[in-house]
Design a binder for this molecule. Structure first.
Ligand SMILES: CC(C)(COP(=O)(O)OP(=O)(O)OC[C@H]1O[C@@H](n2cnc3c(N)ncnc32)[C@H](O)[C@@H]1OP(=O)(O)O)[C@@H](O)C(=O)NCCC(=O)NCCS
Length: 179
């Protein structure tokens, strides 16, 4: 389905993009523990790691990308897919940029590639979610043109929250962006 998807384009800073493989699972797991600034403590790190099982690298690799430095180490990654159930929708499941690499245009370059891929596959919108305590993610997605979908409550900063979205106590913020 995605065999004719655009190849990841050039990235800032001499980074090389490529599709992930299952062999990348271990270092993405390390990134999920270390790149979120300790968000949610040890439990938060484990939750993130469990949200990116190996299957994403086996079955969603064509719609995902990672960025490597010249020495081959991991700098950033994006895990995405085309919805099987909604032909209008593409979904970004996870994105991470290493702490030293933030605010240098890498996240937006990976998103631009994914938006192009989604458009070329006929998708008209992109969706993703994040945790209400991930203020950096909310700021970034807003800057990237996503709308925050109305939830069932609003927090003190006016952010719409979907309570128990992913289970008891697992509140989420839901984003959508037209392509
Ligand atoms: C969120 C994240 C992916 C953004 O990637 P990035 O490479 O730092 O973002 P970019 O440099 O491409 O920034 C794109 C735009 O968003 C803005 N932006 C990025 N992070 C921001 C933040 N924390 N607060 C406000 N604006 C932010 C940038 O200023 C830029 O806007 P501009 O075009 O006006 O200059 C990255 O910070 C990250 O990996 N964070 C930790 C993991 C995480 O929270 N992932 C998302 C949830 S799964």
């Amino acid at each position: 389905m995605t065999h004719d998807a655009p190849e990841p384009g050039p990235l800032p800073g001499g980074l090389t993009p490529r599709r992930p493989t299952p062999a990348d699972h271990a270092r993405i797991q390390v990134a999920l523990a270390e790149w979120w600034g300790g968000l949610g403590g040890a439990a938060g790190a484990q939750q993130r790691q469990l949200l990116v099982p190996r299957l994403f690298l086996q079955h969603f690799a064509d719609t995902s990308v990672l960025a490597e430095r010249p020495d081959g180490t991991l700098h950033a990654f994006l895990i995405g897919f085309l919805s099987q159930s909604d032909p209008e929708t593409a979904y970004i499941h996870f994105v991470g940029v290493c702490p030293d690499g933030k605010r240098s245009g890498v996240g937006s370059a990976l998103y631009a590639w994914f938006f192009g891929l989604a458009r070329s596959a006929g998708r008209s919108r992109v969706r993703c979610i994040t945790g209400p305590n991930n203020r950096d993610s909310i700021a970034y997605h807003t800057r990237m043109g996503f709308r925050l979908e109305p939830g069932d409550t609003v927090d003190g900063d006016g952010v719409p929250i979907h309570r128990d979205y992913d289970g008891p106590g697992l509140d989420r913020v839901s984003f959508v962006r037209d392509l």
